[in-house]
Design a protein around this ligand. Structure first.
Ligand SMILES: [Zn+2]
Length: 552
């Protein structure tokens, strides 16, 4: 029998340990040694586990502690890089896009350098932007701008010409080259067509990557996010270079500031096989034991905003709506048979699969494909986003042992689109966290940054409110039957992600678990959860990772 070490740090106050299957699991104190919780319960019980010279941290009467959060779907490397690019979020008109690109071009005076950016939304403009718009902003330059959902790329004439994309270029598999009425390409490349240009932009160096990651990781930890599942780059990657190499460099130096499960993409499976890396296993030397391989991340369909989500019934088209691709049935980024082949091969290599599935047809296929792989690897197969689920498929997650990964903050951003494009289906089937949670399935949550901001708290709150302060007055909550309780939402932001990653020692503040602790203002948990309320705007006062203070 192993000896439990004496606690070297005791935290006293109101601590939500999240012990057990539901509720807060309040305790009055926890004891920590060697980066783990060794005692939790009453003050007296924890005092008895302390050794001589134990330090004590007393929370204030207006403070509470919870376990650190895990963002289950955060493109960490992309989010880090997006900081140095032209931000087009909330540009309300084409002229605003033009102005921001012009300013961005001025910051990159080298005429051959790429001007990269992201965040534009065709719905805000009333039409799709074009390469002609970019000529007015940055004439003759190489420009590539991702849409806010990263499912379309707007590129300049020079970028098109250098990639050899012209009137006669056929649409690639899984992609659409947007064209004017006369057949001429407009500059917008949907889905896989984006790779025609994105693949030509030189990747950043590993040093540039680690520098950007370090800075973003500092911000994440200060927000209470102690772990991320990184679904990987949104554009094509080659081998295990680039982002995975950057993660490895940080981990080997003992400088990875949070826990990370980066994923591999299908084009990286050969390299993963050659190296013999497996889901849940370390990716290399890592003195702090923070870096492990996540999932194979693959894509079934597109997105709601780009009207490329794969749907059982076509989307609702209002008067004046732009023509949606494929008659409103969406786009298969990977045909179902190919998804099956990918997931089967990955499982044989010890790699668990997660499938991006937005529309109800994509979610159904993802469940079909993942089902036979359950139990083959230590991680839990997942459907990512799960934005629209047919009622028949709701019970299948728990029945099969598949997790439904959600980004509840999308309810804030996408409510209007979901109701408009999915009609009555949205009320019960969109972002169905409550319905799927009631079946007992895991529902790990996250932000999908950089599609959304990295702040986890609006999402934790939005899963409870199903409404947002940015909505027009009088807008009813979206599908209130899918609301979670406060405690179920907090568990979905920490316990469920850890369990989906096969981690039995994280997510709660109970003996044996990692001592990742976030101290919040008490109002965040004590006040009724409201759109824009105290939980929505929560800012940690103190964050501990492995029992060490890392922020605050
Ligand atoms: Zn994503």
């Amino acid at each position: 029998m192993s000896m439990t070490p004496r606690a070297t740090l005791v935290i006293r106050g109101r601590i939500a340990s999240l012990a057990g299957d539901d509720g807060p699991g309040w305790v009055d104190a926890i004891g920590i040694a060697d980066g783990r919780v060794v005692a939790a319960g009453s003050r007296d019980a924890v005092a008895a586990a302390a050794g001589p010279g134990t330090r004590t941290l007393d929370l204030g009467p207006d403070e509470v502690a919870v376990p650190g959060l895990t963002d289950s779907h955060l493109h960490l490397v992309e989010a880090a890089l997006s900081r140095s690019r032209v931000g087009l979020e909330h540009a309300a008109a084409i002229e605003e896009l033009v102005g921001r690109v012009r300013a961005g071009a001025d910051r990159v005076p080298d005429g051959d350098a790429w001007i990269e950016g992201a965040g534009w939304d065709p719905d805000a403009f009333g039409r799709w932007p074009t390469a002609d718009d970019l000529e007015r902003a940055a004439p003759g330059r190489r420009v590539a701008l991702w849409a806010h959902d990263h499912h379309a790329l707007l590129v300049s004439d020079r970028a098109l010409a250098e990639a050899g994309v012209g009137e006669r270029t056929p649409d690639p598999d899984g992609g659409v080259i947007r064209r004017h009425g006369d057949g001429r390409e407009t500059g917008v490349l949907h889905e896989a067509a984006a790779r025609l240009v994105a693949g030509r932009i030189p990747p950043p160096s590993v040093d540039a990557l680690t520098a950007a990651m370090r800075s973003l990781i500092g911000e994440l930890v200060a927000l209470g996010v102690v772990a991320v599942h990184d679904p990987g780059g949104l554009s094509q990657q080659d081998g295990l270079r680039g982002p995975i190499q950057a993660y490895r460099a940080l981990a080997a130096a003992g400088e990875l500031g949070l826990r990370a499960h980066p994923c591999v993409r299908p084009e990286q499976l050969d390299a993963a096989e050659a190296e013999g890396i497996r889901s849940g296993q370390p990716l290399g030397p890592d003195p702090r034991d923070r870096l492990r391989l996540g999932w194979l991340k693959t894509f079934a369909d597109g997105s709601l905003g780009s009207r490329t989500a794969a749907l059982l019934e076509p989307l609702v088209r209002g008067p004046g709506e732009p023509e949606p691709p494929n008659g409103g049935h969406g786009v298969w980024l990977t045909p179902p048979e190919q998804l099956r082949a990918q997931a089967t091969r990955a499982a044989s290599l010890g790699i668990t699969t997660q499938i991006h599935g937005i529309g109800d047809a994509a979610v159904r296929v993802a469940l079909d494909v993942l089902g036979p792989t359950v139990g083959a690897t230590p991680l839990v197969p997942r459907v990512e986003h799960t934005q629209l689920v047919h009622p028949d498929d709701v019970p299948r997650f728990a029945a099969l042992g598949i997790a439904a990964s959600f980004q509840p903050v999308h309810v804030r951003s996408d409510e209007e689109k979901a109701r408009r494009l999915w009609g009555e289906r949205a009320e019960l089937g969109a972002y169905a966290l409550g319905a799927i949670a009631r079946t007992g399935a895991l529902i790990p949550t996250g932000t999908d940054a950089p599609v959304e901001p990295i702040d986890p708290w609006p999402g934790v709150a939005c899963a409870v409110t199903r409404s947002a302060p940015s909505w027009p007055a009088g807008t009813p909550p979206l599908g209130p039957s899918n609301a979670l309780s406060l405690w179920r939402s907090l568990r979905a932001a920490g316990v469920d992600p850890a369990r989906s990653a096969g981690e039995r020692d994280r997510g709660r503040l109970v003996p044996g678990h990692r001592a990742d602790v976030v101290v919040l203002p008490a109002a965040a948990l004590d006040e009724p959860v409201e759109a824009g309320g105290a939980l929505w705007h929560a800012r940690p006062r103190l964050v501990l990772l492995d029992g060490e203070i890392v922020a605050g």
